[in-house]
Design a protein around this ligand. Sequence first.
Ligand code: PLP
Length: 396
Amino acid sequence: MHQPGRHFLQLPGPSNTPLAVLAAIAMPTIDHRGPEFQKLGREVLARIRPVFGTANPVIIYPASGTGAWEAALVNTLKPGDEVLMYRTGWFATLWHKMATKLGLKAGIIESDWRTGAEASAIEARLREDKGHAIKAVCVVHNETSTGCVTDIAAVRRAIDAAGHPALLMADTISGLGSLEYKHDEWGVDVSIAGSQKGLMLPPGLSFNAVSDKALAVSKTGGSPRSYWDWAEMLASNATGFFPTTPATNMLQGLKVALDLLEAEGMSNVFARHDRAAEATRRAVRHWGLETVCTRPSDHSSVLTAVFVPEGHSADGLRKIILENFNMSLGSGLGMLADKVFRIGHLGDFHDLMVTGTLSGVEMGMAAAGIPHRAGGVTAAMHYLQGNRGPLLAAAE
Ligand SMILES: *Cc1c(COP(=O)(O)O)cnc(C)c1O
């Protein structure tokens, strides 16, 4: 059935794509071996580096984020190698499953899915590994199933404190472009990202930012690989081209997305996400509901995962909200299925989209008979009014 008005795509990815990006993607596909593409290729490959906070190459695949997970593992690790992962939630679980399928001996530190990864637990595990069998530590930066962030710099400090040579890999698929990220400064060896979250593009591109150490390891090691091979990509990228047909139109869109991020300024982008997240948490607190994330320092500015009260269905609530208010929210994943709904507040959005989203949740809860204290949206509005965004503040 047709629903009038704009759909509210308030998932924690895919996020809303700005019209300027959609327009760039809709332009005719250009010759990917011609001079116009070469200019585009050179430009986006150079301009994506500062978004990761790296001076090193960033490899771009026509694939969803999962492809870049696989690329990170197969370029640096071979079957039988040990890796240490951390079960921060559903996405960490999927990455662990993949590592196991690829023949890696993937150990995992368990958690209750309600905080980011504890660097101290990683350090303790690495100290036990006297023979340095563990080749990589793999953690999720922004765990999209729970709304908890892991302090990646702290994980690096833990690896160093243990005097351990393992590589550090970080999945920032839903963090990049929304949360501060510093590949070089934090000492990450492989950073993994995707297009459809903070970068405001549709799904279809994914990324590996690579350290010199990771590159060196890949040159002499890794698994048998072809499509995901960094070496072929980097050789071709050096001249602005790709070894196979790139996602030409998505790269046209990426260029415009980078324009938008640069025009706003990354620190303003991050502050905008922080405000939206704080406003959302104030609404949730006012409603008398509980967030999945229990530790204030780990709260994600990308999304908020919220428990419905015992005996109620989060999926039933999402269905009512979709049918009545034309808004999509994220579902609970894995063990949080039907217990949790996730509010995305990332990418291309402003205050009215935040309050509009929260209005949809509040009206949906009333319609679904979910007990809550009315007025969460007002609490969010009061916070937003008292904490002007940097653009409004500068204009005053
Ligand atoms: C979205 C997401 C993925 C999966 O990416 P796809 O693009 O669906 O393959 C992996 N990790 C995290 C943290 C994500 O948010």
